[in-house]
Structure formats: structure tokens, C-alpha cells
Design a protein around this ligand. Structure first.
Ligand code: GCO
Length: 437
């Protein structure tokens, strides 16, 4: 298939070492240390202790035969307060990590923002403050200067939609805000940050750049006009709000419903040009489709999300629907046509605890088959990164949901390869040679 196989992780979910080497506080430190926010009061203070175990964790990736490793850089390790010069010890950690990947024949795929905003920036308004986008551009430049000669693919933002909804609407993720429908600043400043990061990276690195959005094919509950309209609204919010501005240079029309302020006071002249400068790949995170109906009584959103039944479910209760990944990839091609750059599946995976995890093998086999079908249907897909290498801190769910090809005992930090690890190794090592991006 001429394709890269990889694994994904994120800094706050695996690193631990929250107080080390000058790392500043992130919004996830603040949030998870606040009683009642995470299952069992879990925090990422220790997580997988990857900060100290990175070499043996990279050995696992090498053993797996994966050719790419998508990791994230903790902004507060680079700029403890989100501003000013780089913290040398923070850069040094990622320097070692990236060199460690290259020494093992693994391409570094670096995400700049996987939700761990420096708390000091949150104190100034977080992504609601336009200045955060400027700060993000500066941070991207610092990281690009340090690692830009070796990182093989940049990912600016991870799932800005989920960061918006869970962190700023429902308040169940950091920073724990409930902004009602006044969301445009948090939407737009994340996107502007993406654009400014692209500009900054282009100045200091010649490596390709992407952003990772999570997509969910939308199934209307019925053919009724109300259900169809609700499904269309939901599709625009989840699937297009953070993609149309990047690939088409415009917001989908629902943006008016997402602010009470004057749009022009938020989306300023020239912003969409910055946001829509060309990127080299589109990162697709996929977990499941969404079944949507017209709003049920008492709900103030313009849609309702319903449970999908009739499919196997993960430990999280998420339905496993591999065919929807093919549908999604084909739809992206239909919607964006020639504007669609090559796709990387930057995340796909399932929560399933047992070490003997045929369920996870079936999950990845099904989703890889769906990718293959999409490729055969003409979609240009270049890579598939399994979420995740290790069981890790699953945000508000703490350590209960286990996504790893490798099981982690969080008491002892012992790593145990699951059955899916051996299976994925076969997939990685039998893959045809890969093209350059
Ligand atoms: C995400 C996530 C990961 C999650 C995974 C499973 O980007 O949603 O980036 O951090 O752990 O999706 O929920």
C-alpha cells in the first residue's frame, strides 16, 4: 500500500514529571487537581512516567516496526508561562526524544498542541483571547527552530473541536468552561493559532504540516425534515467548522449561531488568509459515527445525539463501525475535492482492557480494511497511527479506559505487550515501502 504505520500519544497523557525541569503549569494540571473533575481524582502527575522511560518506550515502538511516532510537545515545558524564550531543559527533552526516534528508524510526527495550554495563558483568557493565537505562533517558531530539521511531519492542533466542546461548552475537560453558545472566539483563535503556527514553521522548517481534526460521519435518525436539518447542522459543527476555514478559507454558515457578538469583531481582515494557507496533509482522528435527531424536548441545542445500537461496543461504550471510516474518507474527498491534501489517519483506536485483546485486533483490522477500501476508491491516504502505544491518562476518565497496544500497570509502571501488539507488528513489518510525504 506504500504507507506509514505508526502509533500516537500525547504529552499530558503519558509524560508525568509534572514538576520537572522547569515545566510550567498547564490547564490540565489545574483542572485534574480540582476535586470532582476526573474519575477517581486521577491526574497526569505521573501518568506513564514516560518522561523517565522514554528510551524503553521508543524501544517498544521500534520493536513494533512502526515507521512513525506521533507524540505531542508540552507547551509548558517549552514556555512555562506561554511566553518568552524557550526553557532549555524542555527543549532538551524533546531533542533527545526526536534523536532517539531517528536512531531507531522512526519518523517523528510532532503535535504542538494536544490540549495542555499553559495556565498563565488561561489566566489571560485562554483561547478566548486573541493574544493566545499570537503566543502559539511564537511557541511554534521556538519548537520549529529546535526540532525543524528532524521532525518529519508537524501537527499544529489536536482536535480543536473536542477541545472546544468538552473544555468550553460542557466543561468536562480543562479549562472547565461553559460558555453557552458564545463560542466563536475559542473557535477562531484556535484556527488563527494554527495559521500563525503554519507561517512560523514555514520560516524555520521545510517539513510538511497538518492539523488533526476528529471526524464523525453523521447518520440522521430518519428521513424527516427535522432530523435531516439537525443532522446537517451537526455535520457542519463537528466535521466542517475546523476544516472549511483551513481548506476553503471560509466558515460554514452556522458560525452565526455560535456567537452573540459581531463576527467582524472576532474574525478580522486577513485572518482567513492566514488560516487557509496551504497545508501538506490533513490529519483525521476517527473513533465512531454520530446518530443525530431533531432536538428532544427540553434540550436547547439544535440537535440531539442518540446512542447507536446494533454494533459491538468498546469499554467506553463507543460503537465500532469500521465502514463509517471509509464513508468519512470518501466524503472528505467529495466535499473538498482538489482542496483536500493527502490524509493521515492520525488516530484510531479502542478502549479495551484485557491483555488478550482480540477485540482490539478486530478493531484495527476492520479500520485498516476500511482505509484500504477508501484508497481503492481514490482517496489519498498516507498513514495510519493507532491510538495508542500505551494505556494512558484518558482525560476525565482517568486511567480506567485503556487504549494501548501495550498494557500499563500504573502501580509499578510495568509494560506488557498485548496480543494486538504482536498483531500490529505483523502489519507494520509486512507493509510495502513507503512514499515520502
Ligand atoms: C483525542 C484524543 C486522545 C484520546 C483518544 C481517546 O485526540 O481525543 O486526542 O487524547 O485519548 O481520542 O479518547
Amino acid at each position: 500500500m506504500g504507507f506509514q504505520f505508526g502509533v500516537s500519544t500525547a504529552a499530558y497523557q503519558i509524560e508525568g514529571a509534572a514538576e520537572e525541569d522547569g515545566r510550567g503549569l498547564s490547564i490540565w494540571d489545574t483542572f485534574s487537581r480540582t476535586p470532582g473533575t476526573t474519575r477517581g481524582g486521577a491526574t497526569g502527575d505521573v501518568a506513564c512516567d514516560h518522561y523517565h522511560r522514554w528510551e524503553s518506550d521508543l524501544d517498544l515502538i521500534q520493536e513494533l516496526g512502526a515507521t512513525a511516532y506521533r507524540f505531542s510537545i508540552a507547551w509548558p515545558r517549552i514556555q512555562p508561562t506561554g511566553d518568552g524564550p524557550a526553557n532549555a531543559a524542555g527543549i532538551a527533552f524533546y531533542d533527545r526524544l526526536v534523536d532517539g526516534m531517528l536512531a531507531r528508524g522512526i519518523d517523528p510526527v510532532a503535535t504542538l498542541f494536544h490540549w495542555d495550554l499553559p495556565q498563565a495563558l488561561q489566566d489571560l483568557g485562554g483561547w478566548g483571547n486573541r493574544d493566545t493565537a499570537m503566543r502559539f505562533g511564537e511557541y511554534a517558531e521556538l519548537v520549529g527552530e529546535a526540532l525543524g530539521d528532524r521532525v518529519k511531519l508537524w501537527v499544529t492542533l489536536n482536535e480543536p473541536y473536542i477541545h472546544l466542546v468538552l473544555g468550553h461548552v460542557l466543561g468536562v475537560h480543562a479549562p472547565g468552561q461553559q460558555l453557552g453558545m458564545d463560542l466563536l472566539p475559542v473557535i477562531h483563535h484556535q484556527l488563527l493559532g494554527h495559521g500563525l503556527a503554519v507561517s512560523a514553521l514555514r520560516r524555520v522548517s521545510s517539513s510538511p504540516i497538518t492539523l488533526a481534526n476528529n471526524y464523525s460521519p453523521v447518520w440522521p435518525k430518519s428521513g424527516s425534515d427535522d432530523d435531516q436539518a439537525a443532522a446537517m447542522f451537526y455535520d457542519l459543527v463537528q466535521n466542517r467548522l475546523f476544516t472549511d476555514p483551513v481548506l476553503l478559507g471560509e466558515y460554514p454558515p452556522i458560525v452565526e449561531a455560535l456567537t452573540t457578538a459581531d463576527i467582524d469583531s472576532i474574525v478580522m481582515d486577513g485572518d482567513l488568509r492566514v488560516i487557509s494557507q496551504p497545508i501538506d496533509a490533513l490529519g483525521v482522528n476517527y473513533y465512531n459515527p454520530s446518530l443525530i435527531s431533531a432536538p428532544v424536548e427540553g434540550e436547547d441545542l439544535p440537535f440531539s445525539r442518540l446512542d447507536i445500537t446494533g454494533y459491538p461496543t468498546t469499554d467506553f461504550g463507543w460503537p465500532v463501525v469500521p465502514s463509517a471510516l471509509k464513508d468519512l474518507l470518501v466524503q472528505l474527498r467529495q466535499v473538498y475535492g482538489d482542496r483536500l491534501p493527502p490524509i493521515w489517519i492520525t488516530e484510531s483506536g479502542c478502549s479495551y482492557a484485557p491483555v488478550d485483546d482480540q477485540f482490539r485486533i478486530d478493531y484495527h483490522a476492520g479500520h485498516l480494511a476500511a482505509v484500504r477500501e477508501a484508497v481503492e476508491a481514490g482517496v489519498d491516504v498516507r498513514g495510519y497511527c493507532a491510538w495508542s502505544l500505551l494505556d494512558n491518562f484518558e482525560w476525565a476518565e482517568g486511567y480506567d479506559q485503556r487504549f494501548g497496544l501495550v498494557h500499563v500497570d500504573f502501580e509499578t509502571q510495568e509494560r506488557t505487550r498485548r496480543a494486538s501488539f504482536a498483531w500490529f507488528r505483523e502489519v507494520c513489518t509486512s507493509a510495502a515501502p513507503r512514499p515520502d510525504l
